[in-house]
Design a protein around this ligand. Structure first.
Ligand code: PHE
Length: 370
């Protein structure tokens, strides 16, 4: 018993003066570790006879418990003291520069898309969408493309390999198939909730989206963006088309009195067809819209061909309409001056940092929608 009492006194004294958690841990190991003094005593119980064990057992176990409790209490105390010391010694240097953080930016195409959608929304156009992977009917046939039209050739269009029935799907070459989907009333519901469902005239929609053509140079990329517009109503004529486009251009470029002109053109799905040019000046090396004596092509358009109306189940003697198709990236280039269209999709964050827009920019025409 004296031995146990001496041991306990010694350990209690060492625990009480242990200056830090490391020193305390050393004491704990000396007492309760695998080869510690108390562990050795516990082991010695096995060699004792029953009477001895009855006395020594509780005594040794009691010692072990008291030492363990003392260690735990001292540990809590030391840890708190150590934390206080760290907090007192540590200094938060608020003058240190923060590590650099990359800030995201809105891609110019998405910014321009938002601006365009906002302007057309205010003019009363609804939004309609369609799939990027189209069938021949919606992309070509319904739009009055004759069977041998060059746009059906391999060099213009990305075709998928034929499926089991020999049908070749395409990556849509324009967003015009959405006008077919918007006009065509079928019994089958659209394949996805965001795909335009056919509706009865009058119709006034815009359809923004990605389009694809096998083309790549400074002004063409294999993937680009269009916004198509379609208006179907009674007594609609070219004057409505011109007014709509002139209004849009004035709002988009934030310029009053920009001069535009219609130039005759051909599209299979419109008759008559035109391209609209906008007055510009390129003499200083950059394109300035609304001044000078040059012209920049800005949008393809025309009156919806009676065959297209018929293909979509609409009587051309009762209803007429116009359609137009903007290249969104191209329009962005004209407004914000990106030199090469291909850079827009090269995923270079330096380019995006330079030409991108802040998501929290000052209100623009799009802010009401996004
Ligand atoms: N779909 C045409 C194109 O991609 C643009 C267009 C749309 C022209 C609607 C006329 C009417 O070039």
């Amino acid at each position: 018993m004296t031995d146990l009492a001496t041991l306990e006194t010694n350990l209690a004294a060492r625990i009480a003066v242990a200056p830090d958690t490391a020193a305390l841990e050393a004491v704990r190991l000396d007492a309760l570790g695998k080869t510690g003094a108390i562990s050795a005593l516990l082991k010695s119980l096995g060699a004792m006879n029953a009477d001895e064990r009855k006395v020594q057992g509780p005594a040794i176990n009691g010692l072990r418990d008291r030492v363990a409790t003392a260690v735990a209490q001292r540990k809590t105390l030391l840890e708190a003291a150590e934390l206080d010391a760290r907090l007192a010694a540590g200094r938060l240097d608020l003058s240190l520069p923060a590590p650099p953080r990359r800030k995201g930016a809105v891609h110019p195409t998405m910014q321009v898309m938002d601006e365009m959608i906002a302007i057309f929304a205010e003019m009363g156009f609804a939004l309609a969408e369609g799939p990027d992977i189209e069938d021949d009917f919606h992309n070509f046939t319904a739009l009055n493309f004759p069977p041998k039209h060059p746009a059906r050739e391999m060099h213009d269009t990305f075709f998928f390999p034929p499926d089991a029935e020999g049908v070749r799907k395409v990556l849509r070459t324009h967003t015009s198939p959405v006008q077919v989907r918007a006009m065509q009333r079928t019994n089958t519901p659209p394949a996805a909730p965001w795909i335009a469902a056919g509706q009865a005239p009058p119709i006034r929609i815009i359809s923004p989206g990605r389009t694809y053509r096998c083309d790549s140079d400074a002004t063409h990329t294999p993937m680009f963006h269009q916004i198509e517009g379609l208006v179907i109503d009674r007594d609609i004529h070219m004057g409505h088309l011109k007014w709509t486009l002139d209004q849009f251009i004035a709002r988009f470029f934030e310029l009053e009195g920009v001069v535009t002109r219609f130039r005759p053109h051909h599209f299979p799905f419109t008759e008559p067809s035109a391209e609209m040019d906008v007055q510009c000046d390129t003499s200083g090396g950059e394109v300035k819209i609304g001044q000078g004596t040059e012209w920049s092509e800005i949008v393809g358009c025309g009156m919806v061909h009676p065959n297209v109306l018929r293909n979509c189940g609409i009587d051309p003697d009762e209803w007429q309409g116009f359609a137009f198709g903007f290249g969104v990236d191209r329009l962005g280039r004209l407004k914000y001056g990106m030199p090469d269209l291909r850079d827009m999709f090269a995923s270079d964050v330096r380019w995006l940092a330079h030409y991108g827009f802040s998501a929290f920019a000052a209100p623009n025409p799009a802010s009401g929608l996004s």
